[in-house]
Structure formats: C-alpha cells, structure tokens
Design a protein around this ligand. Sequence first.
Ligand code: PMV
Length: 326
Amino acid sequence: MTIWKATACAHPNIAFIKYWGNTDDQLRLPVSGSISMNLDGLLTRTTVEFRDDQASDTALLGGKQLDAGAALDRITRHLDYARQLAGTTMRASVNSDSNFPTGAGIASSASAFAALSLAAAAALKLQLSEPQLSAYARLGSGSASRSVPGGFVEWYPAQTHEASFAETFAPVDYWELTDIVAIVSKAHKSTGSTEGHSIAATSPLQSARVATAPERLARCKQAILNRDFETFADVVELDSNVMHSVMMTGNPSLFYWQSTTLALMEAVRDLRRQGIAVCYTIDAGPNIHCICAPGAASKVAEYVAQFPGVLEFKQAGAGRAAYLEQ
Ligand code: PMV
C-alpha cells in the first residue's frame, strides 16, 4: 500500500483593503487588489494523506466527517489540481481542525485552503514556489492566496492564474498591530462569499468601488509602511464601509451586520475620538475586527469583553506564513 502524507498549518487573515467580486469566478481572479495581515493566534492544521486503497476523497473537519455534497466536491476539485500536476489519481483523506469558529466572517476558508494546498503539494512532493502555492490556494478560496505568505500581504489582481498571487510587502514584526475579533454570532453565514462574489456586479456601486480601490490600496499600503495609524484607520474603515455598501445594494442584497455589529462600530469610532488608536473592519459576517495600534490592545480587549451582545473575543497579532509540520 502506498501512502503519501503531509501536515500543514496556516493562519487566517484579515483584509484591510477588501476583495469582493471576480473577473473570473472559476479561477477566482479578483476585480481589484487587496491587502491583509495574517492572524497569529488563529490556526488551521490540516493533514492530507493520499492512499492507493481509497476509492474517493474523504474529509474530517473539526472531527466531523463530511458527507458527499458541495463542500466535499470543492475539496476534491482543489486536490485534483495537485493530482494533475503530480500525475497521480490517488484519492486522499483530509483531516482539518481550526481553533476558531468557521464560516462566520473570520476567513476560515482562507486558512483552510492555504493549509490544504501546502499539505497536498508537500504530500505529492510538488516543488511549488511561494507565488505558485499562493495562486493554487486562490483556486479554493480567493482570500486563501493571502494566507500563504507571512506578515503584511498584497494580492495582485491579474488576467491569468499564474500572475494572480499574494506576496509579503512588510514582514511579520514590521508593525505590532493587534486584531481583537469581537464574536457576536457563531452561526454559519447564510450567503457564503463564493456566492457573494458572483453577485457583487449586480450592485450599482460595485463599479465605483472597483474604480477607487487602487487609490485606497496605495494609501493603506503606504500607511502601513509609514506606521501611520491615523491614515490607516480612515482608509480601513472606509474600505469596509464601501464593500458593505456594495453587499447591501446587490441583487439579492446581503446584510451581514447585526445590531451589535453596528453598535460596536459606533463605539470603536468613539474610542478613537477619545484617543484610543483602534479602528474596525468587517468581513462577510457579523463579527467585528477591532484593529489596534501598538499599546491599545489591552484597553480595547477589556472594552470589547464587556460590550453587550459580544459572546467572546479572539486576539491576534500579525502571523507568519503557512508552514509544514515536520
Ligand atoms: O476568499 P473568500 O471567497 O472567502 O472571500 C473573502 C471576502 C471577504 O472576507 C469579505 C473580504 C476579504 O478580502 O477577505
């Protein structure tokens, strides 16, 4: 019996300049570039075992066996790409665990597909460069491309599979930002981001978002490089608001915010007016990412912990690249 096996770990990431909408839904080529930071306290660990005694792929996610269906098909399609490169038809068992709630706006698909890609490539002994691995992860979930490199990362929009990958532009210890993730719901979101990307273009605001995204990206990148929190906070909140405006005005419209989401957004702006260096950003879910400048995290954590409607919070600094467990 032949078994090829590897285990990889990857952090999810939080986008400061968001990805919403594709020019190619199959290849997940984004309409605009995005910027993110990996989140070090949060982790997905995935083992992939290719075996010649197995008739189909299986996946154990968080200890639960996935039934046949769309989620398992997505994993199989993702593994097919690596199998094709390696010239094998061996099926695989996948075993994956995350230490944070999945499917609720903490980019669990990002760490999941980054870890899956790295583990599959290593198990099959593919020699992929970091850009090639990032582009491969992108096929499973766009934001997964950003969980492959470490630290502060930019993902390039491009017309081809090979050219649309993410790359580090500032190392993990460049700026000590902290993300306090306020969890207000652990429920799986009703409309996933794959579907969300495909309806983004139905919003009359999407063309304006796309036209102005490069300027926001440049401003955000420069603010990070300058460690300029004031400029950073303005552009990060603006970009999140612009994306949610597109979500709300598409057909069908997507409202991810709950009342606690809105209340905490307002409270974060208040804290900033009081001189605490924090800003918010929100993905495709109701949870709020409170991004804190160095020195602000403990005050913000204390504040978030007692905020009505917040179930719990997670705290993370900038995280390293996806890595193999030896
Ligand atoms: O990678 P996806 O398809 O789960 O899309 C992620 C979309 C957002 O989280 C809302 C924004 C982003 O850039 O991460």
